[in-house]
Design a binder for this molecule. Structure first.
Ligand SMILES: NC(=O)c1ccc[n+]([C@@H]2O[C@H](COP(=O)([O-])OP(=O)(O)OC[C@H]3O[C@@H](n4cnc5c(N)ncnc54)[C@H](OP(=O)(O)O)[C@@H]3O)[C@@H](O)[C@H]2O)c1
Length: 296
């Protein structure tokens, strides 16, 4: 049985069908009953609803598990404790393979969510568990492209001139499915998962303009306004944590490029990794057909 956390998120909703198609027995953890319903409709054999911030829930979720795919929920204030509890529970249960979804350049610890993942990587490394660590670059997010196609503008909360590498979520989850299906091959490995090339916001605008056949402009927006508008309803502690994290992200990405190399990803896939141009073409085709994307 494979336990997957954050199972109805960006990665999870793409990975779960791939695991089921490969014949795996899946136990999925989510926070809401609505997500549980969606995953059961996909055919997931066991869905648990609970809070990963509660170690008792994690202990319960780990019972009888052979392999784990742990994804920390995005920018959660308890992400580090969740990761440590997952490792502790896996060790107590004698789990055979712990696969951790980390992040590209987890050593870039000025980024708070990277510092947390670096700590979890170290904790896992020292646990004695058989492990694989995946380090994806920034996701190519279909939901972000939808806004571009609708409004003809690409908005970013940091410098429009710094370069970033990105990765397609289908590629990330293809690799995760392979890794979870072949522990022997992937044991003790740490893999950077990066799509080809690197892009400034202006480059992204050019690619999108070429695909849609009209000009897409690029615009910088204020990160504090973004956090207040999007997460204003959160309690003071979670709200402050999100603001702190997003300010660190905007500052880091305004002062540094964030670039990786796609060789490892192509090697693992046995084909070239998906390019940003291919991703935008695919998403624009979906958009024009009125198809719901997995990130809607
Ligand atoms: N975004 C990027 O570009 C990027 C790049 C590299 C790495 N990462 C890292 O990848 C991770 C996020 O991956 P993702 O985007 O696939 O996940 P995600 O979309 O943030 O995950 C959302 C899922 O997590 C569940 N969840 C949220 N809070 C929970 C809690 N307290 N207890 C139990 N479940 C909870 C949600 O449940 P419900 O569905 O029930 O609400 C949902 O299914 C983060 O650690 C992020 O730092 C992100």
């Amino acid at each position: 049985m494979i336990l997957i956390t954050s199972a109805n998120g960006n990665q999870g909703k793409r990975l779960v069908p791939k695991l089921l198609t490969s014949g795996h027995y899946v136990r999925a953890c989510v926070r809401t009953y609505e997500s549980a319903k969606q995953l059961r409709a996909l055919g997931v054999q066991q869905v648990l609803v609970g809070d990963l911030a509660d170690p008792a829930f994690i202990t319960h979720a780990m019972k009888g598990v052979r392999s784990v795919y742990h994804i920390g929920p995005t920018l959660h204030e308890d992400e580090r404790a969740m990761g440590f509890s997952m490792v502790d529970a896996a060790r107590a249960e004698g789990v055979g393979h712990f696969v951790f979804s980390s992040v590209l350049h987890s050593i870039a610890t000025d980024l708070i969510q990277h510092e947390i993942k670096r700590d979890i990587e170290e904790y896992l490394l020292c646990s004695g568990l058989e492990y694989t660590i995946l380090q994806p670059a920034n996701y190519m997010l279909p939901s972000r492209m939808k806004a571009v196609f609708e409004e003809d503008v690409f908005r970013l909360a940091w410098s429009l001139d710094k370069r970033q590498s990105m990765v397609d979520l289908e590629d990330v989850t293809d690799v995760a499915a392979r890794v979870l299906s072949n522990r022997e091959r992937h044991a003790a490995a740490t893999y950077e998962l990066v799509g080809p090339g690197s892009f400034t916001a202006h480059d992204i605008g050019v690619v999108a303009s070429n695909v849609v056949g009209r000009e897409i402009t690029v615009e910088r927006f204020d990160v504090e306004v973004f956090v207040r508008e999007r997460f204003g309803g959160l309690g003071p502690s979670a709200g402050q944590h999100l603001l702190r994290m997003n300010l660190a992200i905007a500052s880091y990405y305004s002062n540094h490029d964030f670039v990786g190399n796609s060789n490892v990803l192509s090697f693992l896939l046995g084909r070239p990794a998906t390019s940003f141009d291919e991703f935008v073409r695919r998403e624009y085709a979906n958009f024009r057909q009125g198809l719901k994307t997995l990130s809607d």
